[in-house]
Design a protein around this ligand. Structure first.
Ligand code: UD1
Length: 442
């Protein structure tokens, strides 16, 4: 829906119970891991987000048979017929997570032809950690413009040291190593909850993987991995977005499936702001009751268990209206504060210097025409739109739809006045061209 837009009117006190879908960042890599097996697997709790649909197409083009019952969130993938290792460059350009098929393809065929991946523009975002370490495992990589041809006779096990705990690089190397004879150790591995869900899947397939403190993955390769049935963990980022929607509008929300254990630092910051949080048994389930006088809070993003970079933009929307001055330091991505500019259009007071943002709370935000630059920025702008006076029009909808399955409908069920329009209408096009803010009659 390239020309679509969201229209958001001020909607205060969102409240109610919401159920969550499975985590996009878990399901994409788990879908890719099925290439390590030959046969039919079944995944439950799969969100029908655009990235999942992209990954389905990618796997189908490699020869997999896929059935997705979207209403029931059940995805069946049969990898028996997979007979190609050339990944469609158009899909790679749409979604950075396409790089995650490289490890499984190398393990299965000893070959992978890929294009440089795309996805959200968050700084340089190279794939050097993936490539360097595959090279260490014996893979020869030939570059041809934007294309990479990777080939190996037999992957070599050994010690892989990551200079940064990259989620994707850890996943890619771990998947390849699962079928490599001998022991591979990944030092300074990422341990995000979605990656732990991948480990659970690989173990169900028959892989031998252990986590040694503080952050080492030990993978003892096996000869074969078998198809599985698995329920994807609930999306902590969708949970975070819904909690923030209740918090910013002064409402109250209950998320019975929310993985509180995966959101500790984020929840701590919400409490510091003044919101009241109750967590369910075994750290699952979160209830939030918003304060009507939120205070400024400061945080720094970091690899898990730090503050998730994917909730930095949505949290900034709240800080815009909190009393006092908040600071944000983005340490994971080098260019992930672009949304500040769009929030400024709505009246926010934000100063960005390098990877830091200083947010001074204002009394009110105002509706504006804003453009989402990445998945999580789209969420920040929707949250701001919920409390802004007047109408907010957000374009850049493909980002919103890549990350969330119809989150606008869940917000509407909580009382939000938000509508997705399939086509930019003529009036909006005119305003967009003139650079003006659209008003209520759009
Ligand atoms: C994953 C998540 C994304 C999340 C991010 C950090 C998926 C599909 N996406 O992305 O939502 O924001 O983790 O939690 O799971 N880097 C390099 N070279 C590399 C790889 C990464 O320099 O080869 C850098 C990146 O530019 C970034 C940092 O390392 O600055 C972290 O990236 P990484 O953890 O790899 O993120 P992704 O796996 O792409």
């Amino acid at each position: 829906m390239k020309n679509a837009y969201l229209q958001i009117e001020q909607s205060l006190e969102l409240s109610g119970d919401v159920s969550l879908v499975g985590a996009k960042n878990a399901v994409l890599v788990i879908m890719s891991s099925l290439l390590l097996t030959s046969g039919k697997s079944r995944l439950k709790n799969v969100p029908a987000s655009a990235d999942v649909l992209h990954m389905i197409r990618l796997l189908e083009e490699l020869g997999a048979q896929v059935t997705f019952v979207q209403d029931e969130h059940i995805l069946e993938i049969d990898t028996l017929g997979v007979n190609k290792w050339q990944v469609n460059p158009d899909i790679m350009k749409k979604m950075r997570a396409s790089i995650l098929v490289m490890g499984p393809l190398l393990a299965r065929f000893g070959r992978a032809d890929i294009a440089m991946p795309g996805g959200c523009v968050l700084g340089a975002r190279p794939i050097d950690y993936h490539l360097k370490n595959f090279a260490k495992m014996g893979v020869k990589i030939q570059e041809e413009g934007h294309f990479l041809h990777a080939q190996v006779d037999e992957l070599i096990p050994g010690k892989i040291v990551l200079e940064y705990p990259s989620v994707g690089a850890t996943e890619n190397i771990m998947m390849a190593a699962a079928l490599v004879k001998g022991t591979t150790r990944i030092i300074n591995a990422a341990l995000e909850p979605e990656l732990l869900d991948l480990i659970a899947v690989l173990k169900k397939m028959g892989a031998q993987i252990t986590i040694d403190p503080p952050a080492m993955l030990v993978i003892d390769g096996v000869d074969e991995l078998l198809p599985i049935t698995h329920e994807i963990i609930s999306d902590r980022l969708e949970a975070g977005s819904l909690l923030l929607a209740a918090a910013i509008t002064g409402g109250e929300v209950n998320l019975p499936q929310a993985p509180a254990y995966a959101l500790d630092v984020f929840l701590l910051k919400l409490e510091e702001m003044g919101h009241s949080i109750t967590v369910g048994k075994n750290d699952v389930g979160i209830h939030l009751k918003a304060t009507d006088s939120p205070h400024a809070v400061s945080f720094k993003t970091g690899p898990y268990p730090g503050f998730p970079t994917d909730l930095q933009a949505p949290m900034m929307a709240l800080q815009c209206l909190a009393e006092g001055t908040s600071t944000i330091e983005e340490t994971v991505f080098e260019n992930r504060l672009v949304h500040a500019h769009e929030l400024q259009k709505m009246g926010a007071q934000i100063n960005v210097e390098g990877n830091k943002a200083l947010v001074t709370g204002v009394e009110e935000l105002y509706g504006a025409h804003v453009i989402a630059s990445d998945i999580r920025a789209s969420c920040a702008l929707v949250l701001a739109g919920l409390v802004a006076k007047g109408t907010t029009i957000m374009t850049g909808i493909p980002h919103w739809q890549r990350g969330y399955e119809a989150l606008e409908k869940k917000l509407a069920a909580l009382g939000a006045n938000i509508r997705l329009h399939a086509q930019v209408n003529r009036h909006l096009k005119f305003l967009h061209r003139e650079g003006e803010m659209p008003t209520q009659d759009v």
